[in-house]
Design a protein around this ligand. Structure first.
Ligand code: ZN
Length: 75
């Protein structure tokens, strides 16, 4: 019953400043800084940013609102 050594790619954490939660999803970093007040590492803002569940929810909410507004405009 020994524990296998896990791959180093596991255990990636959220890229938001001050957050150490486990990542849930990766999203375009530029969008995160534009659409939300979250701060991500500069390297992540330029590429993909990993977000934890909580921060991903915030991101989804921010981008969803934008999408809904655009849909209303089509009517
Ligand atoms: Zn987070």
């Amino acid at each position: 019953m020994k524990h296998e050594r896990k791959s180093k790619r596991k255990g990636k954490t959220c890229d938001v400043e001050g957050c150490n939660k486990k990542k849930k999803a990766s999203v375009p970093g530029g969008k995160v800084t534009k659409k939300t007040d979250l701060k991500v590492k500069p390297s992540s803002a330029a590429g993909n940013a990993y977000l934890c569940k909580k921060h991903y929810k915030m991101y989804k909410k921010a981008t969803k609102e934008e999408r809904e507004m655009r849909q209303l405009g089509w009517d």
